[in-house]
Design a protein around this ligand. Structure first.
Ligand code: COA
Length: 205
Protein backbone atom coordinates (compact mmCIF):
# COMPACT_ATOMS: atom_id res chain seq x y z
CA UNK A 1 0.00 0.00 0.00
CA UNK A 2 1.23 3.46 -0.85
CA UNK A 3 1.76 5.88 1.97
CA UNK A 4 3.39 9.22 2.55
CA UNK A 5 6.77 7.72 3.37
CA UNK A 6 6.96 6.30 -0.18
CA UNK A 7 6.91 9.79 -1.69
CA UNK A 8 4.76 8.67 -4.59
CA UNK A 9 4.59 10.81 -7.70
CA UNK A 10 1.10 12.36 -7.87
CA UNK A 11 -0.72 14.79 -10.10
CA UNK A 12 -3.02 17.70 -9.26
CA UNK A 13 -5.36 19.57 -11.59
CA UNK A 14 -7.32 22.80 -11.68
CA UNK A 15 -10.03 22.59 -14.28
CA UNK A 16 -10.08 26.32 -14.93
CA UNK A 17 -8.01 29.37 -14.10
CA UNK A 18 -10.82 31.51 -12.70
CA UNK A 19 -10.70 33.06 -9.22
CA UNK A 20 -6.99 32.50 -8.67
CA UNK A 21 -6.02 33.59 -5.13
CA UNK A 22 -4.12 36.85 -5.47
CA UNK A 23 -1.05 37.13 -3.25
CA UNK A 24 1.65 39.74 -3.73
CA UNK A 25 5.33 39.70 -2.78
CA UNK A 26 6.38 41.15 0.56
CA UNK A 27 8.07 44.58 0.36
CA UNK A 28 11.58 44.56 -1.12
CA UNK A 29 11.14 41.41 -3.23
CA UNK A 30 10.48 41.43 -6.96
CA UNK A 31 9.89 39.18 -9.97
CA UNK A 32 11.69 39.13 -13.23
CA UNK A 33 11.39 36.94 -16.32
CA UNK A 34 13.97 34.45 -17.58
CA UNK A 35 17.00 35.88 -19.29
CA UNK A 36 20.08 34.29 -20.80
CA UNK A 37 22.31 32.75 -18.16
CA UNK A 38 19.51 32.04 -15.67
CA UNK A 39 20.14 28.32 -16.08
CA UNK A 40 22.79 28.69 -13.35
CA UNK A 41 20.32 30.36 -10.98
CA UNK A 42 17.65 27.76 -11.74
CA UNK A 43 20.08 24.95 -10.92
CA UNK A 44 21.33 26.62 -7.72
CA UNK A 45 17.76 27.22 -6.50
CA UNK A 46 16.59 23.68 -7.28
CA UNK A 47 19.68 22.12 -5.71
CA UNK A 48 19.10 24.11 -2.52
CA UNK A 49 15.33 23.58 -2.34
CA UNK A 50 14.69 20.06 -3.60
CA UNK A 51 15.24 17.34 -1.01
CA UNK A 52 13.95 14.52 -3.17
CA UNK A 53 15.51 14.79 -6.63
CA UNK A 54 19.17 14.63 -7.52
CA UNK A 55 19.23 17.60 -9.86
CA UNK A 56 22.02 17.73 -12.43
CA UNK A 57 23.05 20.48 -14.87
CA UNK A 58 21.36 18.64 -17.76
CA UNK A 59 17.89 18.92 -16.15
CA UNK A 60 17.19 22.42 -17.39
CA UNK A 61 17.46 21.36 -21.04
CA UNK A 62 15.61 18.12 -20.37
CA UNK A 63 12.69 19.96 -18.77
CA UNK A 64 12.47 23.05 -20.97
CA UNK A 65 14.09 22.01 -24.26
CA UNK A 66 16.81 23.70 -26.26
CA UNK A 67 14.63 26.58 -27.50
CA UNK A 68 14.83 29.32 -24.87
CA UNK A 69 12.22 31.46 -26.68
CA UNK A 70 9.15 30.42 -24.67
CA UNK A 71 10.95 30.97 -21.35
CA UNK A 72 10.98 34.76 -21.71
CA UNK A 73 7.30 34.93 -20.84
CA UNK A 74 6.87 31.63 -19.00
CA UNK A 75 9.74 31.33 -16.50
CA UNK A 76 10.06 33.76 -13.62
CA UNK A 77 12.47 34.35 -10.75
CA UNK A 78 11.85 35.83 -7.31
CA UNK A 79 14.58 38.33 -6.45
CA UNK A 80 15.55 39.15 -2.88
CA UNK A 81 15.99 42.81 -1.88
CA UNK A 82 19.62 42.61 -3.11
CA UNK A 83 18.43 41.48 -6.56
CA UNK A 84 19.62 37.86 -6.27
CA UNK A 85 17.29 35.15 -7.62
CA UNK A 86 16.11 33.03 -4.67
CA UNK A 87 13.06 31.36 -6.16
CA UNK A 88 11.69 30.26 -9.49
CA UNK A 89 8.61 28.84 -11.17
CA UNK A 90 7.53 28.19 -14.74
CA UNK A 91 4.12 28.52 -16.40
CA UNK A 92 4.86 25.64 -18.72
CA UNK A 93 3.21 23.67 -21.46
CA UNK A 94 1.63 20.28 -21.14
CA UNK A 95 3.74 17.25 -22.01
CA UNK A 96 1.15 15.90 -24.41
CA UNK A 97 -1.80 18.28 -24.70
CA UNK A 98 -1.96 21.35 -26.96
CA UNK A 99 -2.84 24.89 -25.82
CA UNK A 100 -5.44 25.82 -24.62
CA UNK A 101 -5.78 22.87 -22.25
CA UNK A 102 -4.00 22.69 -19.85
CA UNK A 103 -0.92 24.62 -18.75
CA UNK A 104 1.55 23.23 -16.27
CA UNK A 105 2.87 24.68 -13.03
CA UNK A 106 6.45 23.51 -13.30
CA UNK A 107 9.42 23.47 -10.93
CA UNK A 108 8.25 25.88 -8.24
CA UNK A 109 10.99 26.37 -5.64
CA UNK A 110 12.11 28.88 -3.03
CA UNK A 111 15.54 28.39 -1.42
CA UNK A 112 15.15 27.17 2.18
CA UNK A 113 16.37 30.33 3.96
CA UNK A 114 13.61 32.33 2.24
CA UNK A 115 10.78 29.82 2.67
CA UNK A 116 7.79 30.63 4.88
CA UNK A 117 7.81 34.36 4.04
CA UNK A 118 4.93 34.35 1.57
CA UNK A 119 7.13 34.17 -1.54
CA UNK A 120 5.80 30.78 -2.72
CA UNK A 121 2.20 31.99 -2.55
CA UNK A 122 3.00 35.11 -4.57
CA UNK A 123 4.97 33.04 -7.09
CA UNK A 124 2.09 30.59 -7.53
CA UNK A 125 -0.30 33.51 -8.06
CA UNK A 126 2.04 34.85 -10.76
CA UNK A 127 2.37 31.46 -12.49
CA UNK A 128 -1.39 30.80 -12.49
CA UNK A 129 -2.12 34.33 -13.74
CA UNK A 130 0.45 33.82 -16.51
CA UNK A 131 -1.12 30.53 -17.58
CA UNK A 132 -4.48 32.26 -17.75
CA UNK A 133 -3.05 35.19 -19.75
CA UNK A 134 -1.34 32.73 -22.09
CA UNK A 135 -4.80 31.31 -22.92
CA UNK A 136 -4.57 28.01 -21.07
CA UNK A 137 -7.98 26.90 -19.84
CA UNK A 138 -6.80 24.84 -16.89
CA UNK A 139 -3.64 23.73 -15.19
CA UNK A 140 -1.98 20.67 -13.81
CA UNK A 141 1.18 19.85 -11.95
CA UNK A 142 3.19 16.82 -10.96
CA UNK A 143 4.46 16.60 -7.43
CA UNK A 144 5.09 13.86 -4.88
CA UNK A 145 3.25 12.82 -1.79
CA UNK A 146 6.01 13.71 0.68
CA UNK A 147 5.94 17.38 -0.38
CA UNK A 148 3.33 18.21 2.22
CA UNK A 149 3.87 21.99 2.24
CA UNK A 150 3.72 22.22 -1.54
CA UNK A 151 0.58 20.05 -1.73
CA UNK A 152 -1.12 22.12 0.96
CA UNK A 153 -0.25 25.27 -1.00
CA UNK A 154 -1.57 23.84 -4.27
CA UNK A 155 -4.76 22.67 -2.54
CA UNK A 156 -5.35 26.15 -1.19
CA UNK A 157 -5.06 27.41 -4.76
CA UNK A 158 -7.83 25.05 -5.88
CA UNK A 159 -5.71 22.25 -7.31
CA UNK A 160 -7.32 18.85 -6.77
CA UNK A 161 -5.81 15.40 -6.67
CA UNK A 162 -5.98 13.64 -10.01
CA UNK A 163 -6.33 10.01 -9.02
CA UNK A 164 -5.11 7.73 -11.79
CA UNK A 165 -4.83 4.33 -10.12
CA UNK A 166 -5.54 2.54 -6.81
CA UNK A 167 -2.04 3.23 -5.47
CA UNK A 168 -2.52 6.98 -5.92
CA UNK A 169 -6.01 6.77 -4.41
CA UNK A 170 -4.45 5.12 -1.35
CA UNK A 171 -1.74 7.81 -1.13
CA UNK A 172 -4.34 10.58 -1.24
CA UNK A 173 -6.62 8.87 1.28
CA UNK A 174 -3.82 8.90 3.80
CA UNK A 175 -2.94 12.49 3.07
CA UNK A 176 -3.71 14.72 6.04
CA UNK A 177 -5.70 17.19 3.98
CA UNK A 178 -9.43 17.45 4.57
CA UNK A 179 -9.71 19.32 1.27
CA UNK A 180 -8.13 16.45 -0.67
CA UNK A 181 -10.42 13.92 0.95
CA UNK A 182 -13.52 16.01 0.36
CA UNK A 183 -12.71 16.63 -3.27
CA UNK A 184 -11.55 13.18 -4.24
CA UNK A 185 -14.76 12.37 -6.09
CA UNK A 186 -14.59 15.62 -8.04
CA UNK A 187 -10.92 15.00 -8.81
CA UNK A 188 -11.75 11.61 -10.28
CA UNK A 189 -14.30 13.31 -12.52
CA UNK A 190 -11.71 15.81 -13.68
CA UNK A 191 -9.25 12.98 -14.30
CA UNK A 192 -11.74 11.03 -16.39
CA UNK A 193 -12.53 14.20 -18.35
CA UNK A 194 -8.80 14.49 -19.06
CA UNK A 195 -8.66 10.86 -20.19
CA UNK A 196 -11.66 11.38 -22.49
CA UNK A 197 -9.96 14.45 -23.94
CA UNK A 198 -6.81 12.42 -24.64
CA UNK A 199 -8.81 9.57 -26.20
CA UNK A 200 -10.76 11.97 -28.45
CA UNK A 201 -7.86 14.13 -29.63
CA UNK A 202 -8.23 14.62 -33.40
CA UNK A 203 -4.59 13.65 -34.04
CA UNK A 204 -5.24 10.22 -32.57
CA UNK A 205 -7.73 9.44 -35.36
C1 COA B 1 6.59 24.72 -1.85
C2 COA B 1 7.40 26.01 -1.69
C3 COA B 1 7.70 26.58 -3.09
C4 COA B 1 6.57 27.02 -0.90
O1 COA B 1 7.30 28.23 -0.83
P1 COA B 1 7.27 29.20 0.46
O2 COA B 1 7.87 30.49 0.05
O3 COA B 1 7.83 28.52 1.63
O4 COA B 1 5.70 29.36 0.64
P2 COA B 1 4.97 30.51 1.46
O5 COA B 1 5.89 31.17 2.44
O6 COA B 1 4.24 31.37 0.50
O7 COA B 1 3.95 29.65 2.31
C5 COA B 1 2.89 28.95 1.72
C6 COA B 1 2.15 28.24 2.84
O8 COA B 1 2.99 27.18 3.33
C7 COA B 1 3.23 27.36 4.72
N1 COA B 1 4.61 26.99 5.01
C8 COA B 1 5.72 27.39 4.35
N2 COA B 1 6.80 26.83 4.91
C9 COA B 1 6.36 26.07 5.92
C10 COA B 1 6.97 25.22 6.89
N3 COA B 1 8.30 25.04 6.89
N4 COA B 1 6.20 24.59 7.77
C11 COA B 1 4.86 24.73 7.78
N5 COA B 1 4.20 25.52 6.90
C12 COA B 1 4.95 26.16 5.99
C13 COA B 1 3.01 28.82 4.97
O9 COA B 1 2.66 29.07 6.32
C14 COA B 1 1.89 29.15 4.01
O10 COA B 1 0.64 28.79 4.55
P3 COA B 1 -0.34 29.93 5.13
O11 COA B 1 -0.68 30.80 3.98
O12 COA B 1 -1.49 29.13 5.65
O13 COA B 1 0.44 30.63 6.18
C15 COA B 1 8.72 25.77 -0.92
O14 COA B 1 8.40 25.14 0.30
C16 COA B 1 9.75 24.93 -1.65
O15 COA B 1 10.53 25.44 -2.44
N6 COA B 1 9.79 23.62 -1.36
C17 COA B 1 10.82 22.72 -1.91
C18 COA B 1 10.66 22.49 -3.39
C19 COA B 1 9.34 21.87 -3.69
O16 COA B 1 8.94 20.86 -3.11
N7 COA B 1 8.63 22.48 -4.65
C20 COA B 1 7.34 21.96 -5.11
C21 COA B 1 7.61 21.01 -6.22
S1 COA B 1 6.09 20.30 -6.82
Amino acid sequence: MADLTENMRVKMVRKDLENIPQFTLPPGYSFRAYRQGDEEHWLRIQLAADRFNTITPTWFDQEFGADRGPLANRQFYVLNPQGTPIGTGTAWLSDDLPVPWPGRVHWLAIVPEYQGRGLGKALLTLICNLLRNLAHRGAYLATSSARVIAIRLYSRFGFLPSVRNPQEAAAWKKFPLPLALRTEALASLVASKQERYLRNRPELH
